[in-house]
Write a protein that binds this ligand. Structure first.
Ligand code: HEM
Length: 140
């Protein structure tokens, strides 16, 4: 296998996990809001999954940069809108993670309206991160 093939394979495998993570953060929030609304036990498990997947997104996102450094000896050369989009994604992943952990720990003490607000916020963060991914991709 040529070195560029190994590098592309590495990016592709990271991307597979990153893409499934993207689907999951949006899917868990949408499910909590529209499929299992009112089912606190399932929503609690969905929040745990959401927290884990936000962390996976941050880890696999960082792995893209680590891979470039490993194969090319420097970090990805991005600037302008691509950097802004990346910072927005990092902000969404950090906020989403903290929100999901807070939900797992304290949701039983929260009013239903607060729980719904948390899921709406999580869905919004997922949608913003997904939209930013398109700008990161095409302005890189
Ligand atoms: C700390 C958080 C994150 C980092 C550092 C990160 C980093 C990256 C990087 C470096 C790429 C490759 C860009 C390229 O192809 O030029 C990428 C792609 C992508 N990311 Fe993230 N990401 C993060 C969070 C997220 C989140 C939270 C989502 C969605 C909810 C997401 C969705 C995507 C998608 C869909 C792609 C593929 C874009 C495409 O090629 O069309 N990322 N990410």
């Amino acid at each position: 296998m040529q070195s560029t093939d190994a590098q592309n394979l590495t990016y592709a495998l990271i991307q597979v996990i990153h893409n499934f993570g993207a689907v999951t953060v949006v899917g868990t929030a949408a499910s909590a809001l529209w499929l299992v609304r009112g089912n606190a036990a399932v929503q609690h498990r969905l929040a745990l999954l959401t927290a884990m997947v936000w962390a996976v997104q941050a880890a696999t996102g960082a792995l893209f940069g680590v891979s470039t450094f490993y194969y090319e000896g420097h970090l990805p050369d991005i600037h302008g809108i691509a950097v802004d989009a990346l910072l927005i994604k990092i902000g969404c992943a950090s906020t989403g993670f903290v929100l999901a952990v807070a939900y797992v720990k304290w949701n039983s003490e929260w009013a239903v309206t607060k729980q719904l607000l948390a899921w709406r916020a999580s869905l919004t963060l997922g949608a913003i991160a997904l939209s930013s991914a398109a700008f990161l991709r095409w302005f890189s």
